[in-house]
Ligand binder design. Structure first.
Ligand SMILES: [Zn+2]
Length: 120
């Protein structure tokens, strides 16, 4: 998702893909470290079942910390979104149609082993 609704607005979050349990096809977690208005730590857990039903759970502060401790070992990867909220040279409206669909391909550069120095 990349956003959590809190205090009458959408707050940008970090998003993580979670290994789905049996019966679910997608598990996604949105992580809002601190809402700029209320200061709450909010986690929203979105799951889609095999029957295409969406289930959303929300955890705040203490329960969010508890849930995070439980779920973080099941994270597959962090999602990276292109920020379409920043307009660029008139292409903003074109891009807007695909908001939330286009995701940046993310590759882990630390896996690259180019020019390893053998003197170490
Ligand atoms: Zn809030």
């Amino acid at each position: 998702m990349g956003y959590i609704h809190c205090c009458g607005g959408l707050r940008k979050t970090r998003s993580f893909m979670i290994a789905p349990r049996q019966g679910f096809v997608v598990c996604e977690l949105d992580y809002l470290k601190k809402c700029p208005i209320c200061g709450n730590f909010v986690i929203q857990f979105t799951r889609v079942t095999e029957n295409n039903e969406m289930k959303v759970s929300r955890y705040i502060n203490k329960s969010a910390v508890k849930f995070w401790d439980k779920i973080k070992s099941k994270i597959i990867y962090e999602e990276k979104f292109i920020d379409y909220s920043k307009p660029s040279k008139g292409t903003f409206y074109l891009n807007y149609n695909e908001f939330g669909i286009k995701k940046r391909c993310y590759s882990n550069l630390s896996n690259l082993k180019i020019g390893l120095n053998s003197t170490y």
